[in-house]
Design a protein around this ligand. Structure first.
Ligand code: SAM
Length: 188
């Protein structure tokens, strides 16, 4: 099991961006959706969404004003999920019956999982991605290994994504957080 805050308040207090919650969201948005319009193959799936800080943000950046599209935040820990106050975004603790998505993304999840679970998560994300869609994940590629930190070398992440059926896979280093990298691939 990994470290998991039990409530949104606890997440805000303890978490990854305790001092700069809004800045963290803004940074992730620039890394996930640099130009909000280009990922319109379908709605987005936030894999391991936690309290959903990025779920609605990514949805609105991509689909602003288009009320017919519903994006989803998935987290296996139901305590992390909260009622959405927005019709365009839904939170679930299971991946069944959702169909596929045009953009599947994950932030601050893989680094907390052992390598076997990271690989399985990549397989899950690729399976939820529709044809022509994009999978984009943040992971740590170097740094300490420990209960909250399982770095994965970039070539290993690339291989897992290709094995999951994604093409045109590439990785890049995060310009702000020194141990972070991002990997992206398309579903053919
Ligand atoms: C540090 S939080 C990140 C939440 C959110 N992605 C964000 O950036 O604000 C990590 C989340 O990963 C979820 N998680 C743990 N194991 C997971 C798994 N195997 N697959 C998907 N999510 C998982 C936890 O429940 C927790 O909500």
């Amino acid at each position: 099991m990994i470290w998991q805050p039990e409530t949104l308040d606890e997440a805000r207090r303890m978490a990854w961006d305790a001092d700069d919650w809004d800045e963290g969201i803004a940074h992730c948005l620039t890394m996930l959706v640099p130009d909000g319009a280009w990922m319109r193959e379908g709605p987005s799936l936030d894999y391991g969404c936690g309290p959903g800080r990025l779920t609605a943000a990514v949805h609105h950046r991509t689909w602003a004003g288009m009320s017919t599209v519903e994006s989803v935040g998935y987290d296996p820990n139901p305590k992390m999920l909260h009622e959405s106050d927005n019709d365009a975004v839904r939170f679930v603790d299971r991946l069944t019956g959702l169909g596929t998505f045009g953009f599947v993304f994950s932030v601050l999840v893989l680094q907390h999982l052992d390598h076997e679970s990271q690989h399985a998560a990549i397989d899950n994300m690729a399976a939820m991605c529709g044809r022509g869609g994009t999978v984009r994940v943040q992971f740590t590629y170097e740094g300490d290994t420990g209960p909250l930190s399982n770095p994965t070398p970039r070539p290993t992440m690339t291989r897992w994504m290709r094995d999951a059926g994604l093409v045109s896979v590439w990785t890049e280093l995060d310009p702000v957080y020194p141990t972070w990298a991002w990997a992206e691939g398309q579903m053919s």
